[in-house]
Design a protein around this ligand. Structure first.
Ligand code: NAP
Ligand code: ZN
Ligand code: ZN
Length: 352
């Protein structure tokens, strides 16, 4: 089946309309008409081949891994969905399903690497996977999520990456009452990190380079907001944090934040800047500290996060855009000019 999509043809070119092919659903596949797709900074990194040394981009590149939509077809053995149901897809569409990591529900850490929603080898097409900036997607039901009925659909879409990517480390490091937790960078990931850390009961401090985001930081759940460009403001928090979640997309000095951890505190990277971040050994030695990282989250954990959101009425703060404005949205993302996630109204793709 041929469907409309938006694709980057090169690292330097804009995203433009392009027809793509979707497979006919197999017995365990669901076909989803995409209604909304969030715009993650990873989409931009990948479209522009900024992760060249780690995950070089295959062109044409159709980004998009924060997908919500309505089931338009189901395979003969599908049990979780029927036509007309809401459904969601995040960053992965498959994995080996048998390795020790997969069998523990950590498909994102599959030993063979999961099949990501875009830019991964696609066993079905023989080419590479194409993501959610498209009219329809076909995904095995095992990698398809159920969407709570009580949440705004467009504001739900970024939960599929920004949500789970911040939820997973907060749960893994058992963030909760009595802990002081920092979130660095108020973008798509950061604003969900603030919401979740607050909902889990921690004392939450947001670090931002943008003084204009102070009020929003508090509205979103931070107890305190620190403008990180001011060394005195940072210094006041020295040695006091249990956990810090680093959600920054560009170069920054992690040593300045490692200094804020207390004994055995952890700084976890979820941001994935293009270039390496130098860490001074002494930042980790005195006192003993952990510098860590976390990648998205497993399928069961993503469903659990969606259910937590339904219970606590948590969604993302979004700006809905037509797909024709995607290149402008990328330029604004680089400037930190988004409150706090762009979501594409996929109905606009029909006009391209
Ligand atoms: P985003 O919406 O663009 O937010 C990034 C935020 O970082 C900005 O809003 C800004 O916050 C801060 N920032 C930007 N440039 C900065 C600089 N030069 N110095 C200091 N702070 C800066 O991006 P996102 O979609 O949340 O993604 C964030 C990063 O996480 C990206 O690198 C993305 O690829 C990565 N990511 C990783 C995973 C994973 O599995 N680990 C999943 C999804 C995304 P302030 O204005 O508040 O300073
Ligand atoms: Zn993402
Ligand atoms: Zn596996």
């Amino acid at each position: 089946m041929t469907v409309k999509a938006f694709a980057a043809q090169s690292a330097n070119g804009p995203l433009e309309p392009m027809p793509i092919t979707r497979r006919a659903p197999s017995a365990t596949d669901v076909q989803i008409e995409i209604l909304y797709c969030g715009v993650c900074h990873s989409d931009l990194h990948q479209a522009r081949d900024e992760w060249h040394n780690f995950a070089p981009t295959n062109y044409p590149c159709v980004p998009g891994h924060e997908i919500v939509g309505r089931v338009s077809k189901v395979g003969t053995q599908v049990t979780k969905f029927k036509i007309g149901d809401l459904a969601a897809v995040g960053c992965m569409v498959d994995s080996c399903r048998t390795c020790p990591n997969c069998t523990q529900g950590l498909e994102q850490y599959c030993k063979d690497f999961p099949t990501f929603t875009y830019n991964s080898k696609d066993v079905h097409s023989g080419s590479h996977t194409l993501g959610g900036y498209s009219e329809q997607i076909v995904v095995d039901e095992a990698f398809t999520l159920q969407v709570p009925a009580n949440l705004d659909l467009a504001a739900c879409a970024p939960l599929l990456c920004a949500g789970i990517t911040t939820w997973s480390p907060l749960k893994h490091w058992k963030v909760g009452p009595g802990q002081k937790v920092g979130v660095i960078g108020l973008g798509g990931l950061g604003h969900m990190g603030v919401k979740f850390a607050r909902a889990l009961g921690a004392h939450v401090v947001l670090f931002t380079t943008s003084p204009g985001k102070i009020e929003d930081g508090k509205r979103l759940g931070a107890h305190e907001v620190v403008v990180s460009t001011n060394p005195e403001e940072l210094g006041a928090h020295r040695g006091s944090f249990d956990f810090i979640l680093d959600c920054v997309s560009a170069q920054h000095d992690v040593n300045a934040y490692l200094a804020l951890l207390k004994l055995d505190g952890t700084l976890c990277m979820v941001g994935a800047p293009e270039k390496p971040l130098p860490v001074i050994a002494f930042s980790l030695l005195m006192p003993r500290k952990n510098f860590s990282g976390s990648g998205i989250g497993g399928i069961a954990e993503t469903q659990e996060m969606l259910e937590f959101c339904a219970l606590h009425q948590i969604t993302c703060d979004i700006e809905l855009i037509p797909i024709q404005k995607i290149n402008e949205a990328y330029s604004r993302l680089i400037k930190g000019d988004v409150k706090y996630r762009f979501v594409i109204d996929m109905a606009t793709l029909k006009k391209s």
